[in-house]
Design a protein around this ligand. Structure first.
Ligand SMILES: [Zn+2]
Ligand SMILES: [Zn+2]
Length: 336
């Protein structure tokens, strides 16, 4: 099968490799659409907990073509997507319902081969059906949306609260939409791309602010005391350092964007103490995949217009170029 293999740091190749054989508990999927995620870029740069060589790609949808002998819920022809986080359901954390901290987890496209390929084999535990009216392209956004659903739960957003989001890419916009559905009275978006901000405004942002010298002044003018919730969707420690000041006293700072492992940011502990700031993380997906699919299937969350480019697997390089050099890019998808 054709695959994009990450061979080493910053090195990948489109090649022909053996099609995976599904294990007893696995489903073999013909990948229809797979999104490029910031995490894939971290993996490629050697900034994540993956090892090389690896076929990355964890945001995907496709059709079941083969099932292992122990698989009971799926059969060839089924349209599916997957929660790439496969939990053991036996360890300390799994037993106390903290599955996303599973001590023996396997992550498709991160610790085992993923979907930048024609086929991917995934444990039945991670497979979810998608309705016929949901396109494969939309369904490939179910995983990032599931992360956002988990993040919203973590955030503890309450009706009427004011929200500030840094980063108006696909993830920032999904956060915005879901926070509005959950009662935020105001969602202000900040980005370095005016094009993204214009789009955020069209999608319902209360205000949009270009992140330049004047940006911080404008934010202070909009909310002199800050925002109950400030969420980062940039993953940039340099940007995050500047974000904490906008959290209202007794407010929450949600670290949603993924920073490179080992990267540091400067924080004044006294400021966190004095202003009663909560700092909250949100790692991956915790049993929120079905809710994400429900939101997509019902049309409550629209993702079609979040896709900025689509390339065949042979043109993976173009997708990477868009990611690195086009500040206006949103979700980039690959058709293997
Ligand atoms: Zn992702
Ligand atoms: Zn476990």
């Amino acid at each position: 099968m054709k695959a994009c293999l990450f061979e080493a740091k910053e090195k990948y190749v489109i090649c022909d490799i053996e099609k995976p054989v599904p294990q007893k508990d696995e489903v073999l999927i013909r990948v229809k659409v797979v999104g490029i995620c910031g995490t894939d870029i971290h993996i490629l740069k050697g900034e994540y907990f993956s090892d090389f060589p690896l076929i990355a790609g964890h945001e995907f949808s496709g059709e079941v073509v083969e099932v292992g002998e122990e698989v009971t819920q799926f059969q060839p022809g089924d349209r599916v997507t997957a929660d790439p986080n496969i939990f053991c359901d036996k360890c300390y954390f799994c037993k106390i319902n903290k599955n996303n901290h599973c001590l023996d987890s396997h992550v498709v496209g991160v610790t085992q081969n993923g979907a930048f390929a024609e086929y991917v084999a995934v444990s039945e535990k991670g497979i979810f059906s998608i309705p016929d009216h949901l396109s494969y392209s939309e369904a490939a956004l179910a995983e990032p949306l599931a992360c956002v659903v988990y993040g919203i739960r973590r955030s503890g957003i309450k009706p009427g609260e004011k929200v500030l989001i840094f980063g108006a890419g696909a993830i920032g916009l999904l956060l915005m939409s879901l926070l509005k559905m959950n009662g935020a009275s105001q969602v202000v978006m900040v980005d370095i791309s005016q094009k993204k901000l214009d789009f955020a405004k069209k999608m319902g942002a209360s205000e949009v602010i270009l992140n330049n010298e004047d940006g911080e002044k404008k934010l202070k003018a909009i909310a002199p005391f800050g925002f109950e919730l400030v969420a980062d969707a940039t993953g940039s420690p340099r940007v995050m350092e500047r974000e904490l000041q906008f959290v209202e006293p007794d407010g929450t700072f949600l670290v949603f964007g993924v920073a490179p492992i080992g990267a540091m940011m400067k924080v004044e502990p006294y400021d966190i103490f004095r202003r009663d700031i909560r700092v909250i993380g949100s790692y991956a997906v915790k049993k929120t995949m079905q809710y994400s699919i429900n939101l997509l299937a019902s049309g409550k969350i629209q993702v079609k217009n979040l896709i900025s480019s689509t390339y065949p697997l042979e043109d993976f390089e173009k997708g990477i170029q868009d990611f690195y050099y086009d500040p206006d890019h949103m979700k980039i998808q690959i058709i293997p």
